[in-house]
Structure formats: structure tokens, C-alpha cells
Design a protein. Structure first.
Length: 959
């Protein structure tokens, strides 16, 4: 040993010591409510206190948060004083208000929930209507209100009569004034509608009520125009939104004017939501009547009806009976509209407004009456006027019939929601009277509850077959029925006949679009209620229709929906993938992105949690996984790459051959070749193969035969070959260490040694950086813990792996603090290696304690290495200079010397004292930590420390 190196001799009689923590008694929980203890003197009434003592009384402190204080209302005494000032009637009214508000908070309003449901029902329909009913033709719009640049003439009116007369003159000038017809594209039309809505609100806010009414009338007039039939449903949605806005403005204006006095109250308040007409003052009623008089003066029927319907809710300011009566009156007045399409949408708007304004379910007879009126005028759909419009606009009867479905479906839904179930039987009989009209039949199936339709599936199929008109086409009727039975299946005895009847009709559809629209819906019913044999037959029929002429390229979304329904309904994943026609269905997706989405859909379903060893299923999984693997390239987003990697890892985990370990390893070899581009999959494969080796060891209970020994060595070789293909250095290091540990536990010493030396090669190739050191530091500590049980190779000398590791670490380019920290951990390793018995072993693997048997040469080598390392540490501490890091590392080295070294050696003992004094001198030491460290060391009852018990400076006094 060189003279300039510290002297080290390992303490080899280290007893295992039990670490104990100091217990601190406590009586209060930190989250317990604060309790304030007050001392109240005890005294007898009328006398002085007998003693100077007082009795402590504990009470929960009322300590409020600042936010609670800010929101806190008046104190109870103030509230009580204020109530005392009120007269008896006011007190009763105030108490009633308090009870009402409390009940409103406790129980949600059913009216609000019902109104929200009605609004949501129409809102969900609007977007679908606007997307479906579009046009490329020019749309006409007649503007007869204020033209651009025209100004409003405002005259001063001295009396209320003059004011009313002036407004009527404005309305007359509006109807008789100039008109301008605009031809607009659909986009321009939408912009114009939005402009009208903004102008209406702007005019209303500027107190120009007549102009706002003019705009509402002009918008309502647009609904009388059906020059472009395909766009009419969308026009209805756009215009009625403006009318709804106008009706709300009028209602809120009337409610703002209709203030009233509560019983016993002295100040006027606004009307509540559920006001009654007797609460409305006469002035507000008169204003409301004026609005309806203005509406009655509109000459044309359609705008007069629509504007009055928009203001229906305002009837409640006049009388509770006005609104129900108006609903029935308007229902009959719509019979005067000659165009059946315009009439049905007017009825739709009437039903929608009626549902929003009516307060009692018993007043819904107008809903059924509106549908009956439509049936009474059903023949007008095919009248001379209607057919003339169709021929002029070159529209077929089926397309024309679809224009009625949004309005009819909404009316029928309203009828069903507020009518008993017996109404369906009546409507079915009405449908037969009209020769099983396809439009009426489709409306009934769309509007009634699926449970009721499903119970009569065969009856509806029979009626569909007897439809004699050319209205709604066959595939649309079958699709509508399919939607019902997909939600609620028919009785078990009807399912097989229903499927046979339906499929005989679907298979005869010539147009691929009609065929796919039906199959997309009915396949869900089939997959849910029949076996995979029927599903496979249906898929075969789909292939027969889609393969010729590459028809499948036109229907990727329908095919994707078919796959989604099948995967969602079939619970047996092996049965799904073993169907002959399922994987060929995947080949119908020619677009790569759609094909990848479908494969993800299949492989991420809940069914892909079942272990399998079926070869057909495994091949199908590998085929689907291969599609995902091959779609990845340099341009693939990182998130997409990660998602696909997780899916492929799941495929690897699904395959389980049980005790057939060799077949399992063969699968992992194939998976490595198929999914070589994903680090996550390769890492997962290494993990699974290591698990395979561990399970093999468990089966043989650690006693390997020649066959099992060869197998675990093959597993170790698989891991050693696979790990270098992984790009991530951190993952490679972890897997090398894991594989080495598994190989060591299976007595594969050569394979374990190869893995550990591969770790040294990887570390030597790393580029030093702060991030690299942060990852490498905990890994090296873990590696040192493993090296304790790794036996030396006699051909390579004592501690060959440990020595090479030290050389690699020294040449890495660490920061001084991190290298010093690692060296301190190496001292732990070498000091334990010098013990006669190591603290832990691997079963049936002889570590160096048994291999060298505490041979003096081995002990001397470890002590020499520790001395060299301590010399390196002292040099690094000198480089760091006085600092917090130097102090921390010095105290760590001090602890190692005091616990690992033989303190009978004077040089070692003096080194420990010098390190202690260095920590005190720097001034960065934690006084409490230093003091506890010194006390711990002195409690070890080491005879060599007794003479120094009082020689160490006290950290607290030094600080």
C-alpha cells in the first residue's frame, strides 16, 4: 500500500443492530377542530371570589375562514330585530317566502327538468336537420322592411292614442311598402338570416318595437316560400330560432312591466316564474292585448300564425285559459294552409311551442289533434299542386317524403310522450286506412317507444311488405325498424322469423348504399341475439356485396360501424376472431388510416383481456398487430406511436400457453420479429421471457434438470440478444440488470456475467450530462447491491467486475459531488464483502463469502480498494471546497468510517475526527443532525470510542 494512502482495516465483527426511533406522545390530532380554553372564575352570586383560581372550560372555537366571513349574512339578533319591525301580514309573507325558497333548494323543480328535456329534444334534432337538408340552388328572400340606408321617421306623439296610431301606420307602410327579391346562395342565405336576428335584437334594444315586429313578420313570410324544397327543413330551423328570440323578448318585456305588490308589502317586485293572471296589473294586460291586436292585423295567414305561435306564452298575462284555447284554435287554422309541407312544419312549431308553454299534462289533446289533421289532409301530399312543384324542381317522391320526416317525427314523439299506449293501436288502424302509407308507418316506428315496436316486429314487417306507395323507400323502413329492435329486441319466438324476413328483403337490395344503410343497423341486432354462425353468414353476404367493383371504398364508415357493433356485442373473443369472414372484412378497408382505426377498435375492446392459446386467435391477433406495426413511420406522432406500442404489448400479454414454456418462448421469438420497431414491445418481451425463466425455476423448485437448464439459458440468451435493439439507454440498463439477476437465480453464471459486463459497456458509451447523472446515480447503487452476491470468476481475479465498474465510473466524467457519493456507496459494498457471512444470498449460488472463505488475500484486496477510494474521496472533497455539499459528503464518509472501519487503527480514527472537525468548521452542518449522529456513534459501546467521548466539539456550541 502506498504511503500517501489512508490506512483502512475493515471491522469484521459487525452485529446486526435494531434501529429504533424516538417516540413522541401526542394527544391532539392535527386536523382536530380548534378548541379554545377559557378560564371563568367560580364565584357565588353576590359574593367575591373565594379563591384566585378559575375553572377552565373548553369550547369549540368559532373560527371562520375569510371567505365564510365575507359570505356570512346578518347575525340572528339583527334578523330578529328586523322581523319585529314588520307588520303581521308582512311577517306572514316573509315566512312563506322563506319556506318556498327552502323547499326550492331541497327539491329540484320538476317543471324546469321537463322544460329542459323538451328543449334538449329539439336542440339535438336541429343540428341533424341543418346537416342533412342542404342545397346548391339559389334561394330567394323578399325583404320589405327597412332597406339599407333608410331611416326611421320618429314623430312626437302627445297622447297614447297617437302613439298606437303611429305604430299601426308603420305596419301598414311595411305591408304596402317597396319589396326587393334577393337570389342568394346557401352560405349567403345563412349570413342574411344571422343578420336579421342581430337586427331584430338591436331594434328591440333601441326601443324600436315596430321594426322588431316587422323583422319577425318578414322572417315568418319566408316559411310560406317552398321554391327550394330540399332546403325547407333547414330554413324552418333557422327562421323559427328568430321567432323564438322575438317571442322571448316580448315575454320578458311584459313580465318586466307587470310588477305587483306582495300581500302586506310596500314595494313593487317582479313577477315570479309561476305567476298567475290575477297577479298581473291591468296596464300589463292591456299592453299584452295590444301585441295580439297587432298580430291579428297581419293580412297573410302564414306569418300571422307563426308570430302568434311565437307569442303564445304571453297569453298567460291575460288569462290561464287563453293559451290552451289558442292552441286548439291555431291547430284548426293551419288547415287553411294549402301547401302540405308548409302546413306540417307549422304544426311542428305549434307542438314545440305548446310543449314549452303548457303547464299541465292534461292539456295536451292538441298534440294528437295536430297529427289527426295531418292524416285528414294526407291525400294533399299527392295532389296536383304538390306534384307540379316536384316536377318543376325535378324531385322524386321518395326524396319529397323525407322532407316531412323531421316535423312528423317530432309531432309523433310529442304525441307518444303525452298519450297512453293504446293510442298506437289506433294509429296503426289509421295507417291501414291509408293503404299502409310508408310515411305514416315510418313516423310511427320513429316516434313510438322501441319496446312497443319490438313487441310487434312481425306485424310491422308485414305492414312494410304491404306498403303500396312510392313514399319512404323499403330500405329506410327496414332501417327504422332495425333501430327499434337494436335498442329493444323482440320476443324470443319472433327473432328468428324476423331475421329471415328482414334479410330476405335486405339481400335483394340492388344499390350498395341502400344495402349498407340496412346492414349497418341490423348487424347489431344479429350480433346481440344470435350466435357467431349467423353473424359469420351475414358478414359473408356483406363480402359478396362489397368485394365486386371495389364497392367497399365508398362505405368505410358503414363498414367501421359494422365492426364496432360486432366487437361490442360478441363476448367470446376467440369465437369472434375464428369467424371465417371477420378478417376478410378488415381487408375491405383500403384507406390505411381507417384500417388502423378499425384494428385499434378491435384490439382495445374490453374483450381483449382474455388469455388465449388458440392458434387461430393468436394468428388473427398477430395479423391485426402487424397492420398497426407497419403503419408507423418517421412522421407518426409520438402519442400515436406510444398508443400502438401499448396495444402491441397487450397482444404479447394475451398469449398464454400455460406450462408449455417452450411454445411460449417460440411465440416470443416470433413476436420479436414482427414488432421489432417498438422499444416498448421489445422491453415487454424481455420482461415476459424473464418471467418465463422465473416460472421455470419455481416449477423445478430451483433444482434444474438438463432440459430445464438448457431452457433457462435459452431465455437468458434471448434477453441478451434482444436488449441491444432498444434505443433507450435507461431501459437497456434496467433490463440488463434484471436479466442478469434472473440468470443468476437460475444458476446461469456465464449469462449473468455477460449481462453485467454489458452494463459496463453501456455506461462507458454514455454522454455525461446532468440528466444522465440523475438517472445513472440510483441505478449504480442498485447495481452495487447486486454485485455483492455475484461470485468472482477465478480466471479473472478477485473482484474483477467491481474493479472494472470503478474504472468505468471514474472515466465517465461525473460531477465531483455525485462521484464522491458513488464512492461512498462503493465503500459500503467492499466493507460488506469483507465480512465472513453476507447479509443476503441467492439460493444455491455461492457468493464470495463462501467462495473465498475470508481468505487473507481477498480481505487485503478489499481493504486496499477502500483505501484507494477514500483517497479519491478526500481529493474530491478538496475540489469541492467549503460548501454545503462538502459538509454533507464529509459527514457521510465519517459515518461509514465509524460503522465500517476498525477504529483500533489510529490513522483511521484520526481521519474520522478530522472529517468531523471539517464539518464543524464549514458552518453548513445541521446542528441537530450532527448531534444525533454523534450520540448514535457513541452508543455503539465501542471501546475505542470511550476515550474520545468528550474530545469532539459540540455542534450546537460551535454553531
Amino acid at each position: 500500500m502506498s504511503a500517501n494512502l489512508p490506512v483502512w482495516k475493515t471491522e469484521r465483527n459487525v452485529d446486526s443492530r435494531k434501529l429504533e426511533f424516538n417516540w413522541v406522545a401526542t394527544v391532539d390530532h392535527p386536523l382536530k377542530n380548534v378548541v379554545v380554553t377559557e378560564r371563568i372564575p367560580r364565584r357565588v352570586l353576590g359574593s367575591a371570589p373565594s379563591t384566585g383560581r378559575s375553572t377552565p372550560i373548553s369550547a369549540a372555537a368559532n373560527i371562520s375562514e375569510p371567505l365564510a366571513l365575507a359570505l356570512k349574512k346578518l347575525d340572528p339578533l339583527t334578523e330578529f330585530a328586523m322581523r319585529e319591525e314588520l307588520d303581521p301580514l308582512s311577517k306572514i309573507a316573509a315566512e312563506m317566502d322563506a319556506v318556498d325558497s327552502l323547499s326550492a333548494k331541497k327539491e329540484p323543480s320538476k317543471k324546469a327538468d321537463e322544460k329542459r328535456d323538451k328543449t334538449d329534444s329539439w336542440t339535438s334534432r336541429k343540428s341533424g336537420i341543418l346537416q342533412k337538408y342542404t342545397t346548391s340552388e339559389k334561394l330567394s328572400m323578399v325583404t320589405s322592411f327597412l332597406l339599407e340606408g333608410e331611416k326611421v321617421v320618429v314623430r312626437a306623439q302627445s297622447t297614447k292614442v297617437d302613439k298606437v296610431q303611429h305604430r299601426l301606420e308603420q305596419l301598414d307602410s311595411f305591408e304596402e311598402g317597396p319589396q326587393r327579391k334577393l337570389d342568394l346562395s346557401q352560405a349567403e342565405y345563412l349570413l342574411k338570416i344571422q343578420q336579421l336576428n342581430k337586427e331584430l335584437v338591436q331594434a328591440w334594444n333601441m326601443q324600436q318595437r315596430v321594426k322588431a315586429l316587422k323583422i319577425a313578420i318578414q322572417c315568418a313570410k319566408m316559411l310560406a316560400d317552398s321554391d327550394v324544397l330540399p332546403f325547407y327543413p333547414s330554413k324552418f330551423v333557422l327562421v323559427t330560432d328568430i321567432l323564438d328570440c322575438f317571442g322571448k323578448l316580448v315575454y320578458e318585456r311584459l313580465r318586466a312591466k307587470a310588477v305587483y305588490y306582495k300581500p302586506g308589502g310596500k314595494t313593487p317586485v317582479a313577477l315570479p316564474e309561476d305567476f298567475t293572471p290575477d297577479m298581473v296589473p291591468d296596464s300589463a294586460k292591456e299592453t299584452c292585448l295590444n301585441w295580439f291586436f297587432k298580430i291579428a292585423s297581419i293580412r297573410e295567414l302564414v306569418p300571422r300564425l307563426y308570430v302568434e305561435m311565437a307569442l303564445l306564452k304571453s297569453y298567460y298575462f291575460i288569462s290561464a285559459n287563453e293559451c290552451p284555447e289558442a292552441l286548439f284554435r291555431l291547430t284548426e287554422m293551419i288547415l287553411g294552409i294549402g301547401n302540405p309541407l308548409v302546413a306540417i312544419y307549422a304544426r311542428c312549431y305549434l307542438c314545440r311551442v305548446g310543449l314549452n308553454v303548457m303547464t299541465r299534462h292534461s292539456e295536451t289533446g292538441y298534440l294528437k289533434r295536430n297529427f289527426e289533421c295531418f292524416l285528414e289532409t294526407y291525400q294533399h301530399l299527392f295532389g296536383r299542386s304538390a306534384t307540379g312543384d316536384l316536377s318543376r324542381q325535378n324531385i322524386s317522391i321518395p326524396i319529397y317524403m323525407t322532407l316531412y320526416t323531421p316535423a312528423l317525427d317530432y309531432i309523433m314523439e310529442a304525441v307518444v310522450q303525452h298519450s297512453p299506449e293504446s293510442v298506437l293501436s289506433e294509429l296503426l288502424e289509421e295507417c291501414k286506412r291509408y293503404s299502409n302509407s310508408s310515411l305514416i308507418l315510418n313516423t310511427i316506428m320513429s316516434g313510438f317507444k322501441p319496446t312497443y315496436i319490438a313487441q310487434r316486429t312481425l306485424q310491422f314487417l308485414c305492414m312494410i311488405g304491404q306498403c303500396t306507395d312510392d313514399g319512404i323507400p323499403l330500405h329506410s323502413l327496414l332501417r327504422t325498424l332495425g333501430l327499434c329492435v337494436s335498442i329493444c329486441p323482440p320476443p324470443a319466438e319472433q327473432r328468428k322469423p324476423a331475421l329471415n324476413a328482414v334479410w330476405s328483403n335486405i339481400a335483394q337490395l340492388k344499390k350498395p348504399s341502400e344495402y349498407m344503410s340496412c346492414v349497418e343497423i341490423w348487424v347489431q341486432f344479429i350480433a346481440r341475439n344470435f350466435s357467431t354462425r349467423e353473424v359469420n353468414t351475414v358478414l359473408g353476404d356483406v363480402l359478396d356485396h362489397m368485394v365486386p367493383n371495389r364497392c367497399s371504398e365508398k362505405f368505410p364508415m358503414q363498414l367501421k360501424a359494422i365492426v364496432r357493433h360486432i366487437v361490442a356485442e360478441i363476448t367470446d373473443f376467440e369465437a369472434l376472431l375464428s369467424m371465417d369472414n371477420f378478417l376478410p372484412l378488415i381487408d375491405l378497408f383500403h384507406d390505411e388510416s381507417t384500417k388502423v382505426e378499425v384494428c385499434k377498435l378491435i384490439l382495445t375492446s374490453n374483450l381483449v383481456e382474455q388469455k388465449t392459446n388458440d392458434l387461430v386467435t393468436i394468428n388473427a391477433l398477430m395479423y391485426l398487430g402487424g397492420i398497426l406495426h407497419d403503419c408507423v413511420n418517421a412522421l407518426t406522432p409520438e402519442d400515436e406511436h406510444r398508443q400502438i406500442g401499448d396495444i402491441l404489448c397487450n397482444i404479447v400479454n394475451l398469449v398464454d400457453y400455460g406450462r408449455d414454456f417452450e411454445q411460449q418462448l417460440q411465440f416470443y421469438v416470433e413476436a420479436r420479429g414482427s414488432f421489432a420497431s417498438f422499444d416498448a414491445v421489445l422491453a415487454q418481451l424481455v420482461q415476459r421471457v424473464n418471467l418465463l425463466a422465473v416460472n421455470t425455476r419455481l416449477v423445478v423448485k430451483g433444482l434444474h434438470t438438463r432440459k430445464t437448464g438448457d431452457f433457462v439459458r435459452a431465455c437468458a440468451a434471448y434477453c441478451f440478444i434482444t436488449i441491444p435493439s432498444i434505443d433507450s439507454t435507461k431501459v437497456r440498463l434496467s433490463l440488463y440488470l434484471l436479466s442478469g439477476q434472473v440468470a443468476l437465480s437460475n444458476h446461469c453464471l456465464g449469462q449473468a456475467d455477460a449481462c453485467f459486463r454489458a452494463i459496463l459497456s453501456v455506461i462507458s458509451e454514455l454522454t455525461p450530462s446532468a440528466d444522465t447523472e440523475a438517472c445513472l446515480l440510483p441505478f449504480v447503487r442498485k447495481f452495487l447491491a447486486v454485485l455483492l452476491v455475484v461470485p468472482d470468476n477465478p480466471d479473472r481475479g478477485i473482484l474483477s467486475v467491481s474493479k472494472k465498474l470503478l474504472n468505468v465510473l471514474k472515466n465517465f466524467g461525473w460531477s465531483s459531488a455525485n462521484l464522491c457519493s458513488i464512492y461512498i456507496n462503493v465503500i459500503d459494498l467492499l466493507a460488506v464483502m469483507a465480512q465472513e457471512v453476507y447479509p443476503y444470498h441467492i439460493d444455491r449460488v455461492e457468493s464470495n463469502d463462501a467462495l473465498w472463505g475470508s481468505e487473507p488475500g481477498f480481505i487485503e484486496e478489499t481493504e486496499n480498494m477502500i483505501a484507494i477510494i477514500i483517497g479519491e474521496i478526500l481529493s474530491l472533497l478538496k475540489e469541492l471546497g467549503p460548501s454545503r455539499k462538502q459538509t454533507h459528503l464529509a459527514i457521510e464518509l465519517f459515518v461509514r468510517i465509524m460503522t465500517r472501519a476498525d477504529l483500533s487503527v489510529q490513522e483511521t480514527k484520526q481521519l474520522a475526527i478530522n472529517l468531523w472537525q471539517l464539518c464543524i468548521k464549514n458552518g453548513f452542518a445541521d446542528a441537530k443532525y450532527m448531534e444525533k449522529t454523534r450520540d448514535y456513534v457513541l452508543k455503539q459501546n465501542n471501546a475505542n470510542l470511550k476515550e474520545f467521548k468528550y474530545s469532539w466539539p459540540c455542534p450546537s456550541s460551535a454553531s
